[in-house]
Ligand binder design. Structure first.
Ligand SMILES: [Zn+2]
Ligand SMILES: [Zn+2]
Length: 442
C-alpha cells in the first residue's frame, strides 16, 4: 500500500462500510418501509434499502447488468485517471493507493480517500430550519420537492399544509409562531431515525455537527475507495446510498428518502448547499447548488466549461451543471455524462432540486469500498489503536465498524447493562449487526 498523503490521525475513520448499516440512516430522515422516494431511473434505490445487506458489499445496488470490456460505454482513451490533486488538500485526512476489486470482479488499483467531512470552502454549516414563521431567506435553509429547490423560509413552513395539500402539517406553534426544531442531540436522533419517534412528527429536523465531530469545526471523517483509473461499464450501473466525494471533503449521498421523511411530517432541512447532517455520515450533500445564495461558487474552466466539484465513485469527475453562459450541455448521456477532448468523460450535476447528482454510474465502482473494519493498523497519524475499556466491548472499534462516533454508540447503548435491542433500534440497525460490531457474536 502506497501512502500518498497522510494528515492527522484518523481517530475516527468513519468507514463507508460494507455493512450497509449506514443505509438505514443514510439520510437524515425517517426511512419508512416503503423505501426512498420513488424516483425514476436507476437511483431511488438509495438510502434505506439494503438493511439486510443484500445490496452488496459496496453499499450500492451495483450491477444492474453484467459489464465487460466488450462494449464499453466510454472508451479507455476517454477514461482519464483520477487526479488526486484536484481535492482541496485541507479536506483530506489521507489518501492511500491500494489493490481493490471492482464491481465486475476485476482486480484493479484504487485510491482510498479519507475526507474530513467538513466543507473546506466554508466556515460553518447551515442555516437549516427557520426559527419562526417570519424568518426570512437569509436565515433559512432549503427544502426540495419534485425537482425544485425551495427556500425554507418561515413563510414556507407556515404554508406546508397548502403546499402538500394535507392539513396535518403543523410545524410551528400557532400562538408564538416558533418553528418546532430538533434542538438537542436526543431530539435530532429520535426524529432522524428510520422510525421517527411520533413525538417528533411535525418537526423541522436539523442536527449540529459538533454532536458528531471529535474536533471543533470539523466534520465526521468518511473513507471512500474509488478506482484510480475509471473502467467503463458496458451498461449503466445504478446508484446506491453514495454517489461520490466532493473536492471540498463532503460526501455526495444518494437520493434522500423524501417520501419517508414527509410521511412523518418532518422536513429534513438542507442548507444553501443542499447539505444536511445525519447521525451517521455527518454532513453530506443531496444536490449541487454552487454559486447560489450562501453556497460557494465553483469557477468555470478556462474555456467556459463548468468547473469540477466532485469525483463520482466510479472515478469520473462531476462538474457543475451549467457552462459560463448558463447553458446545460446538450449531449449528455443517460447518466448525465459526456466526452470532450480536454476532460475526457465526465458528468454534469443535475439541478439543485433533483435529489440527485447523476443518474447512474458509467464506470465500475470498487467492491466493498471502505469495507475495512476499523481504523488502519497503527492508525495513520501515529495514534495507538483504541483499547477496550475494562474488558468490555471495544466501543471505539465497534463505532468505527458501524460508522458512528463513539459518543453516538455510547449514547445509544445507554446505561449498563445496555439494552441491545433498544440500542440497535436507536442506531437504526439490526441487533445482529450491533452484536457483531461489539464482538459479541462471530
Ligand atoms: Zn441526507
Ligand atoms: Zn462537460
Amino acid at each position: 500500500m502506497k501512502k500518498l498523503i497522510s494528515g492527522k490521525g484518523a481517530t475516527l475513520a468513519l468507514i463507508v462500510s460494507s455493512l450497509a448499516i449506514i443505509a438505514l440512516v443514510a439520510c437524515i430522515g425517517s426511512a419508512g418501509p416503503q423505501g426512498p422516494s420513488g424516483q425514476s431511473g436507476p437511483q431511488g434505490t438509495a438510502a434505506i434499502d439494503g438493511s439486510d445487506g443484500s445490496t452488496g458489499s459496496d453499499g450500492t445496488t451495483g450491477n444492474i447488468s453484467s459489464s465487460g470490456s466488450a462494449n464499453p460505454l466510454v472508451s479507455d482513451a476517454d477514461s482519464f485517471p483520477v487526479d488526486t490533486t484536484k481535492f482541496d488538500l485541507s479536506s483530506l485526512v489521507a489518501i492511500n493507493e491500494e489493490d481493490c476489486t471492482l464491481s465486475n470482479g476485476d482486480s484493479s488499483n484504487c485510491y482510498q480517500i479519507t475526507v474530513t467531512g467538513f466543507p473546506s470552502d466554508r466556515d460553518e454549516l447551515g442555516p437549516f430550519c427557520p426559527e419562526t414563521i417570519t424568518t426570512g431567506a437569509e436565515s433559512a435553509g432549503k427544502w426540495f420537492d419534485n425537482g425544485v429547490l425551495y427556500v425554507l423560509t418561515g413563510d414556507f413552513v407556515a404554508n406546508l399544509d397548502n403546499f402538500y395539500n394535507d392539513n396535518h402539517w403543523q410545524l410551528f406553534d400557532q400562538d408564538t409562531g416558533k418553528v418546532n426544531i430538533t434542538k438537542t442531540q436526543a431530539a435530532f436522533e429520535a426524529a432522524a431515525r428510520p422510525d421517527v419517534d411520533p413525538e417528533y412528527n411535525n418537526f423541522c429536523v436539523a442536527g449540529d455537527i459538533s454532536w458528531y465531530s471529535d474536533v471543533q469545526g470539523e466534520g465526521v471523517e468518511v473513507t471512500y475507495l474509488i478506482p484510480a483509473k475509471p473502467v467503463s461499464r458496458s451498461s449503466a450501473g445504478s446508484i446506491g446510498r453514495s454517489v461520490g466525494i466532493a473536492l471540498n471533503g463532503v460526501g455526495l449521498d444518494g437520493a434522500a428518502p423524501t417520501q419517508a421523511i414527509l410521511s412523518a411530517y418532518t422536513i429534513a432541512a438542507f442548507d444553501d448547499c443542499v447539505g444536511h447532517i445525519n447521525p451517521v455520515a455527518g454532513y453530506h450533500y443531496h444536490g449541487a447548488n454552487h454559486g447560489e445564495d450562501d453556497c460557494p461558487a465553483i469557477a468555470h474552466e478556462g474555456d467556459g466549461h463548468s468547473g469540477a466539484f466532485a469525483y463520482a465513485l466510479d472515478g469520473y469527475v462531476i462538474h457543475t451543471m451549467l457552462n459560463i453562459n448558463g447553458e446545460e450541455e446538450t449531449d449528455l448521456d443517460n447518466c448525465r455524462g459526456h466526452v470532450d477532448t480536454i476532460r475526457g468523460y465526465h458528468y454534469h450535476a443535475a439541478g439543485p432540486g433533483e435529489n440527485a447528482f447523476i443518474s447512474c454510474f458509467t464506470g465500475e465502482i470498487a467492491q466493498g469500498f471502505g469495507g475495512q473494519q476499523g481504523p488502519p493498523p497503527g492508525g495513520q497519524g501515529g495514534n495507538p489503536p483504541p483499547r477496550p475499556q475494562d474488558g468490555g466491548p471495544d466501543l471505539a472499534k465497534a463505532a468505527s465498524i458501524l460508522g458512528v462516533t463513539e459518543n453516538t454508540l455510547r449514547n445509544a447503548l445507554g446505561a449498563r447493562p445496555p439494552d441491545l435491542t433498544a440500542a440497535a433500534k436507536r442506531l437504526g440497525i439490526t441487533e445482529q449487526v450491533l452484536r457483531k460490531a461489539l464482538g459479541l457474536d462471530q
